[in-house]
Design a protein around this ligand. Structure first.
Ligand SMILES: [Zn+2]
Length: 183
C-alpha cells in the first residue's frame, strides 16, 4: 500500500509496514478491508519482567472497525506480532497502536475530532459535546496536533474587544483583524 493511500486513510501515524499492508474492496458485499502490518521494531520490552531479550513467534490478527474521513465503515485487519520473552518465557503481543493506553481514547476518535474542527462554524464546545469529551480535551488536542502557519501581518492591524455572555471567566475577547479585507 503506498504512502499516499495510508495518509488518505489517516493511518500514517502508527508505523505501518507499507510493503506488507494492503487494502481490498469486495463490490459484492461492499466490504472494504485494510490489512495492516506494523513495522518491526528493534526491541520489544517484556511487560512481565522488563527484559528486552525476545524472539518473535508469528503474529495474530484481529478485526477492528475503523472510521476515516472518506468512509464510515472500514474493517481493519490488524496483525500484531506475538513475542516470547527469553528471560521469563512468557508471551505478549505487540502494542495495539489504535489504543492510546494513557487516555484509552481511540486515536481515530482524535482524528475525527480534528476533522470536525475543520468546519469553522463549530466551536470547541460543540465538537466536544458531539464526541462526548471535554472542551479542554478538544482545545489541547488542537494545540498539540495542529500547527497553523503564521499569517503575514496586514498593512493595517485593527483591534477591538467583544463581550461574550458564553464565556465563564473572562467576559471579553480580544480580536485582531485585517481592516482592509473586511467589507
Ligand atoms: Zn519476561
Amino acid at each position: 500500500m503506498d504512502f499516499e493511500s495510508i495518509k488518505r486513510y489517516g493511518l500514517d501515524y502508527i508505523g505501518i509496514d507499507e510493503e506488507k499492508s494492503y487494502d481490498s474492496f469486495n463490490p459484492a458485499t461492499n466490504n472494504h478491508t485494510i490489512i495492516v502490518h506494523l513495522l518491526k521494531r528493534d526491541s520489544y520490552i517484556c511487560p512481565y519482567c522488563n527484559s528486552n531479550k525476545f524472539i518473535i513467534r508469528g503474529s495474530r490478527s484481529q478485526l477492528l472497525k475503523y472510521f476515516s474521513s472518506l468512509e464510515k465503515n472500514i474493517t481493519l485487519k490488524l496483525y500484531r506480532r506475538v513475542i516470547k520473552c527469553k528471560i521469563c518465557n512468557r508471551h505478549f503481543k505487540e502494542k495495539n497502536p489504535f489504543i492510546d493506553s494513557q487516555r484509552t481514547t481511540m486515536i481515530q476518535k482524535d482524528y475525527k475530532i480534528l476533522f470536525a474542527l475543520k468546519n469553522t462554524t463549530k466551536t470547541y464546545t460543540f465538537v466536544a459535546k458531539e464526541f462526548n469529551v471535554s472542551p479542554t480535551y478538544v482545545t489541547n488536542l488542537f494545540d498539540k496536533k495542529i500547527d497553523l502557519e503564521r499569517l503575514k501581518l496586514p498593512v493595517v492591524l485593527a483591534v477591538d474587544e467583544v463581550y461574550s455572555k458564553r464565556l465563564t471567566y473572562h467576559k471579553y475577547c480580544f480580536i485582531m483583524f485585517d481592516r482592509l479585507i473586511i467589507k
